[in-house]
Design a protein around this ligand. Sequence first.
Ligand SMILES: NC(=O)C1=CN([C@@H]2O[C@H](COP(=O)(O)OP(=O)(O)OC[C@H]3O[C@@H](n4cnc5c(N)ncnc54)[C@H](OP(=O)(O)O)[C@@H]3O)[C@@H](O)[C@H]2O)C=CC1
Ligand SMILES: CC(C)(CO)C(=O)C(=O)O
Length: 306
Amino acid sequence: MTTHWILGPGAIGRLLAHSLSPIATTTLLGRRALPPRQMLTTPEGEQYWQPLNSLTIAQLPSNTPKPPAFVHITTKAMAAESALAGITDCISPTTPLVLWQNGFLAQPRITQAWPGPVLCATTTEGAYLTGDDGVMHAGRGHTFVGDLHDQYGALAEELAQTLTQAGLAATKVCDIRQRLWQKLAVNAAINPLVALNDVRNGELRGEAYAGHVVAVVKEVAAIMLAEGIAPPNDGNGEDAWLALVWQVVENTANNKASMLQDVEAKRPTERGAILGPLIGSAHRHGLACEVLKGLDDEMAELEASF
Ligand SMILES: NC(=O)C1=CN([C@@H]2O[C@H](COP(=O)(O)OP(=O)(O)OC[C@H]3O[C@@H](n4cnc5c(N)ncnc54)[C@H](OP(=O)(O)O)[C@@H]3O)[C@@H](O)[C@H]2O)C=CC1
Ligand SMILES: CC(C)(CO)C(=O)C(=O)O
């Protein structure tokens, strides 16, 4: 059985641990101890209890489990590098890492810094925690796996097959950078607006917000062009991006977006990983980003008030 360490025992981390445990040796690594028996609620509402192996990072040096074939990093984007730094003394520098973060912050930085393979996973699986001993798998999705320089295709294929076998449908891809930026574009158009206005995704279609969505997408589309990110669905520029955003708004109309959930819980949001790379790119390419910058400033002010 392959060995998977999962660093960051949150919603995605525990969903992975529940899914992989029947076919692989897994260890969840976190900052706090977790109850050993953990519950998974499936999208169909079934509930399963399973013992999940977990350790705190402080316990790791004296309890080091079998060396991992993969270390999955499942923290939020802004915590990924510091979480990795907390375990580097306990793993070989050639260990393959798998980054599950949204946005495009941790991926280029860790890919540049880590000597071994770094795979990135972008997923439409949906999960949230129901307590220290439970995770809700809210919706099934699909996961795409690849590395930024398309150097580790065989490893990405092996991981995609393992995830699929574990019940999390996955495909190896050669264009993970494109896919990460495409998801980031959609997240930038939806997440800050719903978080700032305390509305569900579907409300963006209303008169009060639709114009703002269009203004964000206008800036995002120009940035995507400069970054060489193909418009979605073989479409053309701004219209294709806007169509994708409206489609996601429609499909997730009843969702409370992740950034709104973070604001409600007074947790730091992933704005740095979503708006940050867009604003950075706009500056590099001399493009307008007043709307994105405005959203980032408002989000920063909101977070400072927590
Ligand atoms: N949930 C979802 O449906 C989806 C999430 N994603 C992405 O996946 C990533 C993870 O999201 P999600 O699982 O929802 O987030 P959660 O907040 O549920 O989980 C993050 C976990 O990371 C832990 N953590 C934070 N810092 C460290 C550290 N230094 N060392 C070890 N563990 C640490 C937290 O532990 P603690 O309790 O100690 O804070 C928490 O358990 C995000 O980038 C998100 O955008 C992508 C698609 C869907
Ligand atoms: C697509 C969207 C906005 C769906 O809610 C999402 O990915 C999120 O909540 O972060």
